[in-house]
Design a binder for this molecule. Structure first.
Ligand code: HEM
Length: 486
């Protein structure tokens, strides 16, 4: 009875007669190709891996919910934010950026902070990091930037010369480099870090009025960072330290949570604000635009299956719902293409139908066929539009908010090239101990760079942000202190 109920089967459901010995000619003869169960097992095994994410390959995920604590429906018609107490299921994935799927968790790297809200109006993905800014501000530089963070194609080694060559030639990176080399560069756990949407987004209310918005996730556990020596020790002893910490905390009922805040900027302020709000290397001052609470996210359930949920999860900044649109941020605009494009390659054309990505409210469209179409493919329902058979139709009230554009089309940089004020402000905010650790981390990182010219160029950037900052890094490296900031 037990044997009948729990029979091992092949992929076509036939019982497997022997799962210990392959079929051979005699007890030690060659294996027979007619052992079809063996062929089936090996063939499936041969295809177990999908390509890892081109960035953010190492990650940990969890399920939970988001609950609105403050009614901001005067700013956005997004259904999941419509009333206090409203709960929306979420799936979150935290990640490092540069390492491979098996790499160590406790490295100095930004952490991805990606949230999928399963709303009644479709999924909304907020795909941010644990830093409020980024290294570059135009998508066209992203593949080159990532090349410097990944392995050198000749040696297959990480290459600090490439890292600092690129950064020193891309001074817009200075703000994020200062954050990354500070204590915040290695969080103690994934539970003890803040998250940010980083870009400026647009919210639109039911009357069609829009505002610019920035998202901040504040950890309710408090911010804690790892001491460098301990982080290095853990990277050797327990490379999955952060993954394990998150899993164990949730497993024992110690559910981590974050409070979501937004900064709201009237549309017209963007034209005159002292920093370009669409430049993702800059923050918007909380004194000018204070944080407003939105709600709280709790992670209370571990995945049942890592591959099905965490590896197959597909987040994208283009996964938007009515009431939330994008801004003209040049990085964000590039990201709108890149994520779904890589996901079609990484997990297949029908990746949005996988259980972890499928919207809970279902889909209703005329998309049909494609590789690995594993649902009913729309069955016999009408498959074109407009039609006379009652098929799905558009809802004009859910269109993106109208916006005005003008200007000559060309490949032009942002006009603002102040790469130094905000990096310097951050340095000046740090305590003496924090500055000492920041400079030590930078000096150790810059030491192996092969060309003095790269180090000197980078020192000039630190110096322009704050002369003490530049002086201390130069002294640490035993190099001349720049005489002036030009
Ligand atoms: C993952 C591209 C900038 C946060 C990815 C992936 C790609 C990508 C191709 C892999 C997605 C997948 O395989 O599912 C880009 C491009 C960027 C950019 C082209 C700039 C133009 C950023 C920025 C942030 C960010 C500025 C944060 C503010 C993330 C996160 C993930 C990710 C959190 C991992 C999502 C997950 O957990 O699956 N990015 N990225 N990226 N990116 Fe970006």
């Amino acid at each position: 009875m037990g044997e009948n109920k729990n029979k091992l089967t092949t992929s076509w459901g036939a019982p497997v007669g022997d799962n210990q010995n392959s079929m051979t000619a005699g007890s030690s003869g060659p294996t027979l190709i007619q052992d079809v169960a063996l062929l089936d097992k090996l063939a499936h095994f041969d295809r177990e891996r999908v390509p890892e994410r081109v960035v953010h390959a190492k990650g940990a995920g969890a399920h939970g919910y988001f609950e609105v604590t403050n009614d901001l429906s005067n700013y956005t018609k997004a259904d999941f934010l419509s009333e206090v107490g409203k709960r929306t299921p979420v799936f979150v994935r935290f990640s490092t950026v540069a390492g491979e799927l098996g790499s160590a968790d406790t490295v100095r790297d930004p952490r991805g902070f990606a949230v999928k809200f399963y709303t009644n109006d479709g999924n909304y993905d907020l795909v941010g990091n644990n830093t409020p800014v980024f290294f570059i501000r135009d998508a066209i530089k992203f593949p080159d930037f990532i090349h410097t963070q990944k392995r050198d194609p000749r040696t297959h080694l990480k290459n600090p010369t490439a890292v600092w060559d690129f950064w020193s030639l891309s001074p817009e990176s200075l703000h994020q480099v200062t954050i990354l080399a500070s204590d915040r560069g290695i969080p103690a756990t994934l539970r003890h870090m803040h998250g940010y949407g980083s870009h400026t987004f647009k919210w639109t209310n039911a009357e069609g009025k829009s505002v610019w918005v920035k998202y901040h996730w504040k950890t309710d556990q408090g911010v804690k960072n790892l001491d460098v020596a301990l982080a290095e020790k853990l990277a050797g002893e327990n490379p999955d330290y952060h993954t394990e910490d998150l899993f164990n905390a949730i497993e024992k009922g110690d559910y981590p949570s974050w409070t979501l805040y937004v900064q709201i900027m009237p549309l017209e302020d963007a034209k005159t604000y002292r920093f370009n709000p669409f430049d993702v290397t800059k923050v918007i001052s909380q004194k000018d635009y204070p944080l407003i609470e939105v709600g709280r996210m709790v992670l209370n359930k571990n995945p049942e299956n890592y591959f099905a949920e965490v590896e197959q999860a597909a987040f994208s900044p283009a996964t938007l719902v009515p009431g939330i649109d994008v801004s003209p941020d040049k990085m964000l605009q590039g990201r709108l293409f890149s994520y779904a494009d890589t996901q079609r390659h990484r997990i297949g054309a029908n990746y949005q139908s996988l259980p972890i990505n499928r919207p809970l409210n279902g889909t209703n469209n005329n998309y049909r066929d494609g590789n690995m179409r594993f649902d009913g493919n729309g069955g016999r329902s009408v498959y074109y539009e407009p039609n006379s058979f009652g098929g799905p139709h558009e809802s004009p009230k859910d269109k993106q908010a109208e916006f005005e554009i003008s200007g000559m089309a060309s490949n032009r940089p942002y006009e603002d090239d102040d790469f130094y004020t905000q990096a310097g402000d951050l340095y000046r905010l740090m305590s003496e101990d924090e500055r000492t650790r920041l400079v030590r981390n930078l000096v150790n990182w810059l030491k192996p760079v092969e060309k003095e010219e790269i180090k000197e160029r980078q020192i000039r950037h630190f110096f322009r942000a704050d002369s003490e900052y530049g002086k201390r890094v130069a002294e640490g490296l035993g190099l001349p202190v720049p005489e002036n900031i030009l």
